[in-house]
Design a protein around this ligand. Structure first.
Ligand code: ADP
Ligand code: MG
Ligand code: MG
Length: 662
């Protein structure tokens, strides 16, 4: 969840005093870094994924599935292995927000060759195995890649069990979540929790619509028992599931991916081009329909996590006139991006970008171009929300902690990452919206799919830009129940016109499409055809040298994505909803009981381990090469190969003439 600095955390009151200091030096650090690294060229494609795991304890006797707070204990051992063999360990482990979480990444980033796609899934399996070896499987402990734990914040949802502390001594003051849930081996997380609440001036507040089933009380209004000062009762909305702590969002899991570009220009362009994919991939990966023991009416975590760290004051949110604060701010610090970075993308920058004008001027005076200066001065409208006394005074030519402090607490859909000081790492872009899937196979599929998208964009010089306000509208659409089937998303019609050559009204450049059309291609408004991302990828794959093994692996992955997009397969969210609907204990009242939760997570664990094949969710549990595949799947591979070939032939004839040089 970002930078971990050593030392003693400052209180909010102290941190606040240093806000301008952190910003001043942070900006200087960025200027120095930019000056030194702006001409850095020739970096090769590298990329890596980050996956967050939840430790669940399935108690067969009690029929409960609690979250096990063993994270710090496991992390110590997991990191030991990595420390004793730093250059050659296949995995790395990092803490995450909650004591029931750990984050794993490959030990080294992957490179540009397609053959690396063959080891992505194996590495994910290995990570899970490393955790499995350290937990007590006899006691029902399991590492699940679950986007949102269905009963987070319900009574006794952790092992061991703690009581929430809604008094002023609590970090979150939540009436649902004990502070013991927050990662305890480093003070950063509790400090962030407390400081975000203090800066905001009240508890964070999350209201998401409840799924109204036939027996759900209407209106749905909850009574809270330990809400002594009435804050929760005032904040909770009727017909909504109310949540009041950072853990409800930051305690969710996701997949993130980082791509290194060859130079800063390519990184800026990739940042822009991947932005329209954020809502699409969120909808395609939807995996979190349940919150605080209820069935919600959303399929993804994004709005929840965004609200869970919204530290804006009432003034900044526009509820009061500006007096103490400097800016009216439209979004949480965890939200979608507000501007594109490349000069040729500027015509799509159509939303009000709140910036610190002084910082922007300073950056421009230092030779940084307008769009990058505006990007940084937008990030820097935020206050630091965690600061360590040892790090207050820094050498701005050598350190970047103040810059990173602000940068890494702007948790946006995309992140533009400058090279770290004194490292061999280049300019990078992080893609952050995706929800995590139950199996390593699925996670590998989504990850490989995203890498292929970057390859297609860069090799074919494709252009997916649409006005940024439309991407925001899409992000909203993406979170709705079954958005993958029913959602309409603004998407670019003609992806072949280079941004530099686009002229005229930007609003003529996009239409509403469904996810199936975006991913698999098909007719769009106005009689034209959209080529589809997967057909484009297949065309790219035909243009590069690729061995059969890798081709088969990719095929199984693309198959999953394609079928999720078309609705042939369910999203994880839909599959979970259906499971609950048909559970004998479910009373059509939107409640996920302890027993339903236990059965669901027990089944999830079986799916993750390959012991249960859920109909309609996945075709296969692993991307074995064609020779290893069972007969039925072998047929599928052959069929797919035919389909691909047909697609390609059709495209050659119809909309995608090769002489165009895509
Ligand atoms: P975060 O900024 O989210 O903390 P990290 O810097 O820890 O992310 O790295 C996230 C991912 O980036 C990991 O999967 C890692 O393997 C990958 N990675 C590391 N170095 C590079 C690089 N030079 N280029 C691209 N990805 C890299
Ligand atoms: Mg992380
Ligand atoms: Mg990350």
């Amino acid at each position: 969840m970002g930078l971990l600095s050593e030392g003693s955390p400052l209180t909010w009151e102290e941190t606040k005093k240093y806000a301008d200091h952190v910003r001043n030096h942070g900006v200087q650090q960025f200027i120095n870094l930019y000056e030194r690294l702006k001409d850095r060229k020739g970096d090769v494609l590298k990329w890596g994924d980050e996956i967050e795991y939840m430790l669940v304890r399935l108690n067969d006797e009690a029929q409960t599935a609690q979250l096990s707070l063993k994270g710090p204990e496991l992390l110590k051992i997991l990191q030991q292995q990595e420390h004793t063999n730093p250059s050659n360990h296949p995995t790395t482990w990092r803490p995450e927000y909650a004591n029931y979480m750990v984050e794993g990444t490959p030990g080294k980033p992957y490179g540009g060759t397609l053959a690396h796609f063959n080891i992505v899934e194996a590495n994910m399996r290995l990570r899970r195995e490393e955790v499995r070896k350290l937990i007590n499987e006899q006691m029902g402990e399991a590492p699940l890649s679950l986007t949102a734990y269905p009963r987070l914040g319900c009574p006794k949802f952790t092992h061991p069990t703690y009581e929430p502390n809604p008094t002023d001594t609590g970090a979150s003051k939540s009436i649902f979540i004990p502070d013991e849930v927050i990662f305890s081996a480093h003070p950063r997380y509790r400090t962030l929790t407390r400081n975000i609440r203090k800066r905001r001036g009240e508890k964070v507040c999350i209201n998401i619509p409840i799924f109204k089933d036939i027996k759900t009380p209407s209106p749905f209004i909850e009574k809270f028992l330990n809400d002594a000062d009435g804050e929760s009762a005032r904040a909770a909305m009727a017909d909504h599931i109310y949540m009041d702590a950072m853990a409800f969002g930051m305690g969710n899991s996701c997949i993130q991916m980082t791509f290194q570009a060859c130079c800063i220009e390519e990184a800026r362009s990739l940042y822009d081009q991947l932005n329209p994919f954020c809502p699409v991939m969120l909808a395609l990966s939807a995996a979190s329909p349940f919150y605080r023991g209820y069935v919600s009416d959303i399929d993804c975590r994004w709005y929840v996590i965004s609200s869970s760290v919204d530290d804006r004051t009432e003034e900044e949110r526009g509820l009061k006139k500006l007096k103490e604060n400097k800016f009216r701010i439209h979004k949480s610090r965890y939200d979608s991006i507000d501007s594109y970075l490349s000069e040729s993308s500027d015509r799509y920058n159509d939303i009000d970008l709140v910036i610190d004008e002084d910082i922007c001027k300073r950056l421009q005076d230092a030779g940084i171009d307008r769009l990058l200066a505006r990007h940084v001065s937008h990030l820097f409208i935020r206050d630091p929300v965690s600061l360590f006394s040892e790090l207050i005074n820094q050498d701005d030519s050598q350190d970047s902690d103040h810059f990173e402090n602000i940068q890494s607490t702007n948790w946006q859909t995309m992140r533009f990452k400058p090279p770290p000081v004194n490292s061999t790492i280049g300019w990078r872009v992080e893609f952050r919206p995706m929800e995590v899937q139950l199996t390593d196979f699925e996670n590998a599929a989504y990850v490989v799919f995203m890498v292929l998208i970057t390859r297609v964009i860069l090799s074919f010089e494709l252009n997916f830009l649409i006005p940024i306000s439309k991407v925001d509208a899409n992000l909203n659409e993406a979170q709705k129940r079954d958005a993958v089937l029913n959602g309409k998303f603004y998407f670019r019609k003609d992806v072949r016109t280079c941004p530099k050559h686009c002229k005229g009204n930007v609003d003529n450049e996009y239409v509403l499409m469904d996810i199936n059309t975006i991913i698999n291609g098909g007719p769009i408004e106005g009689g034209a055809d959209f080529p589809g991302i997967i057909p484009l990828i297949n065309q790219y794959l035909r243009s590069v040298n690729i061995d059969l093994d890798t081709r088969c692996t990719i095929l199984t992955y693309l198959n999953l994505i394609s079928d999720r997009a078309s609705g042939k397969l369910k999203t994880t969210a839909r599959w979970m909803r259906d499971y609950v609907q048909q559970h004998p204990d479910y009373k059509q009242d939107s409640v996920i009981s302890e027993k339903i939760n236990y059965d669901l997570l027990t089944l999830c664990n079986k799916i993750t381990k390959g012991e249960h094949h859920p109909k309609g969710l996945i075709h296969t549990q692993s991307s074995r090469t064609k020779d290893d595949l069972p007969l039925s799947l072998k047929k599928q591979v052959d069929q797919d190969a035919n389909v691909i070939q047909k697609h390609e032939e059709e495209m050659r004839i119809k909309s995608w003439p090769e002489q165009n040089g895509v």
